[in-house]
Design a binder for this molecule. Sequence first.
Ligand SMILES: *Cc1c(COP(=O)(O)O)cnc(C)c1O
Length: 362
Amino acid sequence: MNGRDRYPQLEVDLGKLKENLTALRERCQDSFVGIIGVVKGVNAWDAVVRVFDEAGLPYLATSRLDQLGKLRGMGVRTPLMLIRVPMLSELDDMVRIADASLQSDLTVLRAADAAAARAGKTHGVLLMIDLGDLREGFWNAEELVDAAVEVETELRHLHLLGVGVNLSCYGSIRPDKRNMQGLSSLAVDVERAVGRPIELVSGGASTSTYMVLDGTMPGRVNNLRLGEILLVGRANYGCDPDFTHKDVFTLRAEVVECRDKPSFPVGQLTVDAFGRVGHYVDRGVRRRAIIDVGKVDYGDPADLFPRMAGVEVLGASSDHTILDVEAVKDRIKVGDVLEFGVNYASLVNLTNTPGVELVTKE
Ligand SMILES: *Cc1c(COP(=O)(O)O)cnc(C)c1O
C-alpha cells in the first residue's frame, strides 16, 4: 500500500471519461443533437470540468450558483448555464456568473432582465415547459409562448435561447415520442410567435439519450443536457449503451476490522442508528469486514458495487460499512483497500463530502 494514499478515496479515470464524452457526442451529432455538459453529479470536480471544457460544448451547466462560480474561477472557456430555476434573491449573482439559465416564471424573467440591465449584461434564457413530470416548467403552453414574446420584444437584457423540458425527475415520466413531439411543436409555436428560429430545443437529460441512440428523437429536438450518462455510462429505462465505460469512477476504502461474527444481531432488537427497523438474515457465523466509509459519505449502501466478486455489502451506519466476505475470507485482512463501483446517486454524495479524497487517473 502506498503510504501517501488517503482513504476513502474516489478516483476518476479521465481517459474513460473522455471516451464516454466523445462516443456520445458523435452519436448525438449524427442526429444533430448538441450536448450541454452537466457537472452537478460530481460537485463541479475540476478534473471533470476540464475534460468537458476541452470538448468545446455549447454550455457547461450545473444546478448551483456556487459551483458555477467555481467554474468561472477556473477560467473555463465554455459558456455557463444555470439549470435550476433561480431564486429571485440570487438573480444579481446569477447574471454576473452565468451566461444563461432555465426559466419558468414571468416574475423571475422580469426581475432577471432588470438584474441583467444593472449588470450591463445580456443573459440567455431557456423557457421550460412541464410535460407531466411536475417539476419546473410552464404548465400551459400558451402562457410559455406569451412569455417568449415578452422576452423577445420587451425584456431587452434577456436573450431567448429556446425551450426545454425536464422529465424523469420528480414524476418519473419517461421521455417518449409523445412528449418529445409536444416539445417540438411548442418550439414551432414559439418560433412562429417571435418570428425567428430559436437555437435550443432541449429534450431533457440522460434519460432522453436512448431516443437519440435508437433514432426516434423528433427532428426539432436539437439538444440534451447530459450528466449521468457521460459520468457513469448509463441512465435509467435500460439505457445502457455497449460503447460507454461504466467504471469511470472507483471508490477505494480501507478495511479496519475483519473477523468472524454471527450474522444475526445478539440481544433485544430495537432500531438502527437511523431509527429504522433492521432486517437481518441468520446465516450463522461468517467472516465480516468493516470499512471506514459510511452513509454520510455515499448515502445508501445499496449504491456501492464491490469490484471483488464474493464481497457483499450488508449495510452501513453513518461512518462504517459492513461487508460479508465469507466467500473470499482468505483474501482480505485489516489494512487492505477494497474497490467499489458507484452509481449517480452515490457519486453525487461522495463528491459533496469533504472526508473523501478525490484523485485522478490520467
Ligand atoms: C440534473 C439535470 C440535468 C442532467 O441530468 P442527468 O441525469 O445527469 O443527465 C439536466 N437538466 C436539468 C434541469 C437537471 O436538473
